[in-house]
Design a protein. Sequence first.
Length: 147
Amino acid sequence: MNKYYLKCHELFARRIAKLKEQVKKLHATVPPDEFIQHETVKLAARIRRATLEIIPEDPNRPEYVLSGDLKKYRRYKQGLQRYRIMFCFSNVPRIIIYLYVNDKDHLRKQGDKNDPYEEFKQMVRSGKVSHDPQSPAVQKWIRLYEY
């Protein structure tokens, strides 16, 4: 059982909602054996497991740590190929805030202008996301989006 309160930023929530819609459409249109093998369904399952089980086990694992402009944030990538989940966490209060997951238009490709790290850096620089659970913007997200 995880001891962290799990929340998400509106951008993360919108991207997850879009992914869920894609999975629902596939469920309604493809045969069951094809559905369970579909890459979108597998991606959704991996993201769900990562956010609800794996990351909350220890959100400060060394392999999650970012550097440079993003050193106050964490990212999860294991098993997600070119997808990334960006998050921040606090031990006081014990909370994990999922901030960002890239979409198919922002797949990981180092040096590309659409790289998910570049998109996320832009959001940090513009103030769309914050790592501080006490910031008024984060408090707003915490109240609005339960994960």
